[in-house]
Write a protein that binds this ligand. Structure first.
Ligand code: ATP
Ligand code: LTN
Length: 335
């Protein structure tokens, strides 16, 4: 029997999932289940690198699981789990800390960015974050890691760790490839097109969360920043019209239309027609996801059964890799 290729990814429950998390990541996970053996998790251990309210973290972790399922990840076909339930992540994370260099960790854009934004809490976890992420990945020996553009650097660092580790101990880890969508890899804030739409940063006006009510979504799009040029025409020019380009990207990913088609569709109509049209397709996209999420969240027993089964399966796979690593580095076998 042909072995399926493996795919793995995670998202921190550090805020409510946004349109950016969906278009840049989750959308590319769904519908892969037949082709790949897929693992997706809630990165709660990564979330605490920034201070979290405990009750909110718990709520968001479960909501995120419900949203994964509502976005089309069938738990019968994908392994869905909570990172902290699989202790091997922390254990391999420690080992990999010893195979990542201070210099390379210091160069991580996300570290520099988050340190600046959380100047009162630049903790060790924030710095060694990529080592835990490398462990998340390497435990499952995936072929592909689907992420948005901002995570590419972390996957590259994981690849450096693989090269270093395998160079010393032989072929222990499989080399993972980042898998980044061509369109939608970086959805920008609606009010500041220079910054990524993020679930925990900037102010609320720039983001649309997956659970926002239709009127809120419409309001956000109507007041989205476009540009002040006098032509006010819908044209794809990310350099000079980044706000319009961002809206066009959102519209393009959802409708499947090319930028040229969109330009033709709104030719002569201006932003007054274009912005609500983008809001409308987003509302239609999210409606069924919202309904399903609500239904799933009401069934606590079901959610629990999903994350328990997920952790059990993930843990079996992870344990194999961890044992091998422990043996390779010279730890005495416990049994
Ligand atoms: P935080 O605000 O806590 O840093 P975030 O909103 O940046 O979180 P992550 O948990 O870091 O989201 O990202 C989850 C996944 O979604 C990653 O693969 C990331 O690359 C992708 N992603 C997040 N935001 C966007 C975005 N605006 N556009 C495209 N992809 C995104
Ligand atoms: N660092 C990622 C979340 C994340 C992840 C992973 C993604 C944690 N572990 C493993 C892919 C694979 C983020 O901030 N989005």
């Amino acid at each position: 029997m042909d072995e399926k290729k493996i795919m793995l990814s995670g998202i921190k429950p550090s805020g409510d999932l946004t349109l950016g998390s969906y278009l840049g990541a989750i959308r590319n996970w769904a519908a892969r289940a037949e082709e790949f053996d897929c693992y997706y998790f809630m990165a709660d251990m990564h979330a605490i690198t920034v201070r979290q309210d405990p009750a909110a973290l718990r709520r968001r972790t479960l909501a995120q699981l419900a949203q994964y399922i509502a976005c089309g990840l069938d738990p019968e076909k994908n392994t869905l789990f909570i990172q902290s339930h699989v202790h091997q992540h922390a254990e391999l994370g420690w080992v990999l800390n010893c195979y990542a260099m201070f210099g390379e960790l210091s160069r991580m854009t996300q570290f520099k960015d988050k340190s600046q934004k959380n100047a009162d809490n630049i903790n060790g976890g924030l710095f060694t974050y990529p080592c835990l992420m490398a462990a998340d990945i390497l435990l499952y020996q995936p072929d592909f890691v689907p992420v948005g553009e901002d995570q590419k650097q972390h996957v590259e660092l994981t690849r450096n760790i693989v090269q270093r580790f395998n160079g010393i101990y032989g072929e222990v880890f499989k080399m993972p490839e980042p898998y980044i969508p061509k369109v939608g890899a970086r959805i920008m804030s609606l009010t500041n097109p220079a910054a990524k739409m993020s679930k925990s940063e900037n102010d609320d006006t720039g983001r649309v969360t997956l659970m926002d009510a239709p009127e809120v979504i419409m309001k956000q799009f109507k007041r989205a920043v476009t540009d002040s040029d006098t032509e006010r025409c819908v044209r794809y020019d990310p350099e000079h019209k980044p706000g319009v380009a961002n809206l066009m990207t959102i519209y393009s990913v959802i409708t499947g239309k090319s930028y040229a088609e969109i330009e033709r569709e709104f030719d002569g109509l201006g932003y007054g027609k274009f912005k609500p049209a983008v809001g409308e397709v987003v509302i239609d996209l999210l409606r069924p996801i919202q309904e399903q999420t609500r239904r799933i969240l009401e069934d606590k027993a079901y959610l629990e059964s999903v994350y328990r089964a997920g952790a059990e399966k993930a843990s079996r796979v992870a344990e194999k890799t961890l044992r091998k690593v422990y043996r390779k580095v010279g730890f005495v076998a416990a049994k």
